[in-house]
Design a protein around this ligand. Structure first.
Ligand SMILES: *Cc1c(COP(=O)(O)O)cnc(C)c1O
Length: 230
């Protein structure tokens, strides 16, 4: 079932690219495998998935050595500063950077491990109280602060859109994130690029692609519902 789901999501991403006149290569589908057992990840891998997303440090470090080495691991959840050291040299990208202090910790650990870590600023576009992320107004200042830190490469923005039943309701959110990336890139900050937009989940990834997403993060649509009890 996971294979079929993966193919279907992949195809829908392709169709959304067509509608938007975008190149399919410009969008990467991240299979969000949090809470799922390794056998499920392997099935997605066999279907072609090479980008996996996890939101818990412990789960990430458990899974990485048990899966093929050509996987790019994405840390998509809220990251505590004291856990940065466990993942800094293991992940392809950290999506949820929402403070300079977290950026400084990532920088410190990256330098210690001799790596450069790709990061995204998490922006709370809708201003929901329950979400992490900086406001759109704070994002440019944070980008400037992060740009000065060694060992990190700020590549773009990430957002978690509100949970909605009609994905069209989030179109404006995605368009705002894209515009914010344009505004920040026009500041020509050294060492900062705004080429990456991580936005869109199971409920709204097609709209996100139409609005410029370069990474979509799909969990339920590939692996089925999550059961947090087990
Ligand atoms: C869980 C999660 C997803 C995937 O959510 P689905 O609705 O299952 O596709 C995407 N992004 C983040 C940050 C998540 O925590």
């Amino acid at each position: 079932m996971i294979k079929e789901n993966y193919f279907e999501v992949n195809e829908k991403v392709g169709k959304a690219c067509d509608r938007a006149g975008r190149n399919r290569d410009g969008v990467t589908l991240i299979a969000v495998s949090k809470t799922k057992p390794l056998e499920d990840l392997r099935e997605a891998y066999e279907a072609g998935a090479r980008d996996f997303g996890e939101n818990k440090v412990q789960e990430l470090v458990d899974k990485i050595p048990q899966m093929p080495e050509d996987i790019r691991w994405h840390m998509i959840g809220h990251l505590q500063r004291n856990k940065v050291k466990y993942i800094v040299d293991k992940v392809y990208m950290i999506h949820g950077v929402d403070s300079l202090r977290l950026g400084e910790e990532i920088s410190k650990e990256a330098v210690k491990h001799g790596v450069t870590v790709r990061i995204l600023i998490e922006v709370n576009v809708a201003g929901e109280d329950t979400k992490y992320g900086v406001s759109p107004e704070e994002a440019p200042q944070l980008a400037i602060g992060l740009s000065k830190l060694p060992g990190i490469s700020l590549q773009g923005l990430m957002t978690i859109a509100p949970y909605v039943t009609d994905p069209e309701e989030n179109r404006l959110i995605f368009a705002k994130l894209r515009q914010l990336a344009v505004d920040i890139s026009e500041k020509n900050i050294d060492n900062v690029s705004m080429n990456v937009l991580s936005m869109g989940m199971t409920g709204d990834y097609e709209v996100a692609v139409e609005e410029g997403a370069t990474f979509v993060r799909v969990g339920t649509g590939i692996f089925g519902e999550r059961n947090y009890e087990i």
